[in-house]
Design a protein around this ligand. Structure first.
Ligand code: HGY
Ligand code: MN
Ligand code: MN
Length: 416
């Protein structure tokens, strides 16, 4: 059987469009934070698609939803394909969703072709990839890297986590039953939009991901003294907002000057009590920093936290730092990269090896089994925005490459 099967493009597009209506926003994106009603609605939709396709549905203790196409060999390992149906708040339609519907389409196409593989195929939707609750709950639970400690002070807050688990019918203890024995895994492949400008600007069709960035998250709280905004002399203030503002600017300059290729972001800032006429006594900010190299990620976060302390002292402020989770950088497997590159070449598509500045579930799977990611161009590099979009031809290319790479990784031999 040739490994360059094609598949039902129309069905993929109708799935994608149907999914994009769930949690749709007026601006053209989606709002499906992990375990929110919209996210659970998307999962129910996915489950219905799986059943309609005559595939087995599996939901594990971490809420990961999977379609299964079993090999005739019951003791065969499982090749995982997939991504995530949750989104960032006010996000885009492609991030995660494309990878899940493409993975399902690969299973349906192989099933309809009557191809028997030496592996079970599983199209999985991972829980909380975006970290609006914890970050990588589903893939971390499956990989055995999620710990009870991760659930105590998560970046989305413990209350939101417990509410989400309850809404989804999940329990903290149940999350840890999702762990898989790595010996049962033949590999993991994920199709994803690049979420940056490189492929789109360079005109390359396919990105073959070489490695995924490491991510460290912190909550910083600058504390000063709330006071009257009108009667307190400017020189006598302990304004927590000044410490936070000075740190945000200093963090940007520190990364630009000393950490080429790394990033830092303050994605949320809250001033308390938060009134026009009160000097903010407290300023809380959400800090995230990323680096491809583990040692550099350590140096980066140390430098940022030292700088935060200096800014706090310069404005007479206190500083509390809460570490909210860290995900190690992960190299992709040579085997998977080669399968992706060959599948692209066979389809006459240009491809280029490239790192991922975005985090992905694949970084949890990489230490367990041969893991790879297929990137397609993001128009103008926009993502985590309702204006995130990709050309549909690129989506088809990506799904075809996912199919070809899956057949290669699965040994592509008919084992009937
Ligand atoms: O945040 C990220 O990098 C990914 O989109 N979850
Ligand atoms: Mn994603
Ligand atoms: Mn994302």
């Amino acid at each position: 059987m040739s490994v360059s099967m094609q598949f039902n493009h129309k069905r993929l597009q109708s799935d994608f469009n149907a999914l994009a209506t769930i949690g749709a926003t007026a601006e053209g994106g989606v709002n499906r934070p992990a375990l929110s009603p919209a996210h659970l609605e998307a999962r129910a939709w996915y489950a219905a698609q799986v059943k309609q396709a005559g595939l087995a549905l599996q939901i594990d203790g971490a809420g990961n939803h999977s379609a299964l196409l079993r090999s005739p060999n019951p003791s065969a390992p499982t090749l995982l394909l997939g991504s995530h149906l949750d989104s960032v708040p006010e996000g885009g339609r492609y991030d995660g969703a494309l990878g899940v519907v493409a993975a399902l389409e690969v299973l349906r196409s192989i099933q309809e072709a009557g191809l028997n593989l030496p592996v079970h195929l599983e199209a999985i939707d991972f829980t909380d990839e975006e970290g609006t609750l914890v970050g990588f709950i589903g893939s971390g639970a499956l990989a055995g890297t999620l710990t009870p400690g991760d659930l105590q002070n998560p970046r989305g807050g413990r209350e939101a986590l417990l509410a989400g688990l309850t809404r989804a019918g999940l329990t903290e203890d149940g999350l840890f039953t999702a762990r898989r024995d790595p010996a049962t895994l033949a590999g993991y492949l994920e199709l994803h939009i690049e979420q940056g400008p490189w492929l789109y600007d360079s005109g390359v069709d396919i990105g073959v991901v070489s490695g995924i960035v490491g991510i460290a998250s912190f909550r910083l709280a600058f504390s000063g003294r709330a006071n009257h905004a009108g009667t307190t002399p400017m020189a006598a203030r302990r304004d927590a907002g000044l410490g936070a503002a000075a740190f945000i600017l200093a963090a940007r300059q520190l990364v630009l000057d000393n950490f080429p290729g790394c990033v830092a972001n303050v994605g949320a800032l809250r001033l308390e009590p938060g009134a026009f006429n009160i000097i903010p006594g407290r300023a809380e900010l959400a800090l995230e920093c990323r680096a491809v190299d583990p040692a550099e990620l350590d140096r980066l976060q140390t430098s940022l936290l030292e700088r935060a302390q200096r800014e706090a002292e310069s404005f007479g402020l206190g500083l509390e730092v809460s570490a909210l989770g860290q995900h190690a950088p992960a190299p992709m497997s040579q085997l998977a990269q080669q399968a992706i590159q060959e599948a692209a070449a066979e389809l006459g598509l240009s491809s280029q090896s490239m790192p991922s500045g975005a985090g992905h579930d694949a970084q949890n799977l990489a230490p367990l089994c041969p893991t790879g990611m297929v990137f397609i161009p993001s128009v103008d590099g926009i993502s985590h925005s309702p204006h995130e979009t990709s050309r549909w031809d690129d989506c088809i290319n990506g799904a075809n490459v996912l199919l070809g790479a899956a057949l290669r990784l699965a040994g592509s031999s008919d084992c009937a």
